[in-house]
Design a protein around this ligand. Structure first.
Ligand code: IPE
Ligand code: IPE
Ligand code: MG
Length: 255
């Protein structure tokens, strides 16, 4: 594990602090701040999205190597259609380019690529590209990499309720476990760690059901500057927390 970080680097020092027995099973990230990253350099907003791809690459590969089970990246919300059409189309173009250039890396790292959201509203060529990446990585057994596209937490809950009706689920059979099995993330553990970059302290309609007991880690770092080091910092911080789930927690129990 230490072989892939330069010795003497901050990453190595952080990696030594990680308890691999207690990794978060699922890490979810609200990738924010691309526009501000670009503006601060007097560049058009889309340059921030372009630069953000380097962060995506780094985080996906690092998560796979660390042995995290599920990584979910929030790439485009149902609300993001409010942006100028030119920004939306550049985002879609970058997504397509990312998929084409990274598919080999995903395959090499045994990563399973999945889309969550309502991809049916995306352009046909993008849908095709996404379906192809999902199909080609479907039998991989390592990291599950969910990309949230045209995703909304409320939309997901509505979609699950619709499915329950369509499938004729009886009211008495509908409990939290059954409901979770109707969500886009069916079968996956809930996020243990939710990261948001760029200093914004909000959820922005992300994984509303699944984050019920997630530990949240906010950073002022803008998404294009986010790297393995920040992910490791978040994990080390996460491992210091006492997750009580409404109970009295570990230190109190030990007393
Ligand atoms: C996040 O960066 C990327 C997407 C939402 C697609 P933003 O584009 O929201 O950047 P800021 O928040 O305006 O800086
Ligand atoms: C959240 O970021 C959505 C994604 C990261 C895809 P936004 O930039 O859209 O969120 P708000 O508008 O600041 O809440
Ligand atoms: Mg933003």
């Amino acid at each position: 594990m230490l072989a892939w970080v330069p010795s003497g680097s901050p990453d190595e020092a952080l990696l030594r602090q990680v308890d691999f027995e207690r990794l978060p099973a699922h890490v979810a990230i609200i990738m924010d701040g691309n526009g501000r990253w670009a503006s601060s350099r007097f560049l058009p907003r889309v340059e921030g999205h372009r630069a953000g791809i380097h962060a995506v690459r780094d985080v996906v590969e690092s998560s796979a190597r660390l042995g995290i089970q599920v990584l979910t990246l929030y790439a485009f919300s149902v609300e993001n259609w409010k942006r100028p059409a030119s920004e939306v189309s550049t985002l879609m173009m970058l997504l397509k380019r990312y998929l084409r250039s990274e598919l080999d890396t995903l395959l090499r790292n045994n990563i399973r690529f999945r889309v969550i959201g309502r991809p049916e509203a995306l352009a046909p060529d993008i849908q095709q590209e996404l379906a192809d990446a999902e199909a080609r990585t479907a039998s991989n057994t390592g990291l599950i990499f969910n990309i949230a596209l045209n995703y909304g937490g409320r939309a997901e809950i509505v979609d699950a309720a619709r499915r329950a009706l369509v499938e004729g689920v009886k009211p008495d059979d509908l409990d939290e476990g059954r409901f979770a099995s109707l969500l886009y993330t069916a079968g996956q553990p809930d996020p243990d760690l939710l990261i948001r970059t760029s200093g914004e302290l909000r959820i922005s309609n992300f994984l509303l059901w699944q984050i019920a007991y997630a530990e949240i880690w906010f950073t002022d770092t803008l998404w294009p500057d986010f790297r393995r080091r920040h992910l490791l910092e978040a994990i080390v911080d996460f491992q210091k927390r006492d997750r009580r789930y409404g109970g009295i927690g570990q230190p109190a129990l030990a007393r």
